[in-house]
Every structure is written in C-alpha cells, then in structure tokens.
Design a protein around this ligand. Sequence first.
Ligand code: SAH
Length: 247
Amino acid sequence: MNGKVWLVGAGPGDPDLITVKGMAALHAAQAVVYDRLVNPALLAEAPQDCTLYDVGKEANNHPIPQPQINQILIDCARRGLRVVRLKGGDPFVFGRGSEEAQALREAGIDCEVIPGITSAIGGLAAAGIPVTHRDHASGFHVVTGHLRNGNAPQEWHKLAALSGTLVVLMGMSHLAEICHALIAGGKAPHTPAAVVMHASTPQQQVISAPLAQLAAVSAAAKFHAPALIVVGEVVLLREILAFAGSK
Ligand code: SAH
C-alpha cells in the first residue's frame, strides 16, 4: 500500500514557530524531504530511524530539479512510507508546494498540506513591522522578485501604483532594479522601506531607509538572501514596535 506525503510549513525561521500539527507529522515521519530554508533544529525532531533528504543542496550550483524532488516524494510514498515534505514558511507561498501536490495527485499518492506561518507576514512581525495598520496600510501585496525564465516580468509600475504594504520575497539579487522600477513607476522616493534578513532567528538583522536609498544602504551593510524587502509606511512603526519583535 502507498504511504502518504504531508506538505508541512516549517514557519519563518524560528523552529518553535512550526504548527502543533506540523510537529506531530514530523514526529511520526519515516522520511523527511527538506529545503535549505528549514531550520536544522527541526530535523532533530524527526525519529532517529527516519531518512533525511536534503533537496535544498546545490550540486555544482545547480539546484536539484523539481521533477527529481517530485520523484523522491513519489518513490518514498510508493515504498509505503510516511513522508514529510518540510518547506520554509508556508508550503503554498512561492515554495512550489502546490506543484508538488499536483505531481502527487497525478501519481495517485495521498497528500495533506499543513500550513505554516509565511515569512512574508511572520518574518516581518518578528522584526516589529506589522503588514497592516488602520492608519498606515489597509492591505498588503506579496510578490516574488525572481520569476521563472520565460515568464512575463513582474509589473513593478503597476505594483508602484498600489497603496498599502508591498512585500518582496526572493528579491535581494535584484534589489537595486526593484527599487528603481518602483520609483520609475511613481512610488515616492522617500517611501519608508526596509530589508529583514534571517527573520525570526538569532541572526535576524533589519535595515531601513527611504526607498531611493534602500539598495545602497543594504549593499553597504552586506545584506543578502534570505531576506524580505518591505515598502510602505508600516516600516515607520518599527521604531515603536521593535520591542514586540522576535526575542
Ligand atoms: N514558502 C516561504 C517562501 C519561500 S521563497 C514562506 O512562506 O516564507 C524564499 C524566500 O522567502 C526567501 O528568498 C526570502 O525572501 C523569504 N524568506 C524565507 N525565510 C526567511 C527568513 N527567515 N528571513 C527572511 N526572508 C525569508
């Protein structure tokens, strides 16, 4: 009989931010297939005889191709195992978890998604930045700064015209272009902005600057992925709310 795959969100970085249900799945796992962003402390929660598959590893700078990851999940499940596919944040937010669920469905394998706290919201909260606030942002948009080759480019000019908070994931290698494109699209150069690196972990670092200076300030401070880029008035609240962030 086939096993089953649980697509589990590991949360934004702090290993204690996984859900109770996610932790239970991990404790019962016979195979764990995990990504680079997953906190290693969570892997220690898997049973000792559980097989761990590191699919975030890059062989010669080439990430493991998605079809190969799908195949590992399918093969483990066909061996009758309880498989946890552990992904950073929430599995359905830019994590290809949905593509994996589709592949499992096509292979006739049972699958259950266990949501996680996305870094887009929880990672900012850990830095004392609320994504919404009645006086400053009545909504938020979460976008990727890195699109698959061949996909239409991100429409920064349209995003620039929206009110509310803009959160960019996977944007660090294009930070300067992104800030430039938002300003070219009409976003005020003095719009408050920030970069949050290693959110909700002891390595967390935050830098804030007006949008026009963000890329230069971030480069000077050597900020790099994984990091969240956030643009909007809510960044100013950090001065008051940082005390409530990750301890
Ligand atoms: N599914 C994940 C996102 C995967 S895309 C989620 O819901 O959070 C990977 C991107 O997420 C990274 O490039 C970075 O922009 C962001 N990210 C994930 N964890 C992060 C962390 N601890 N600190 C800062 N950014 C993080």
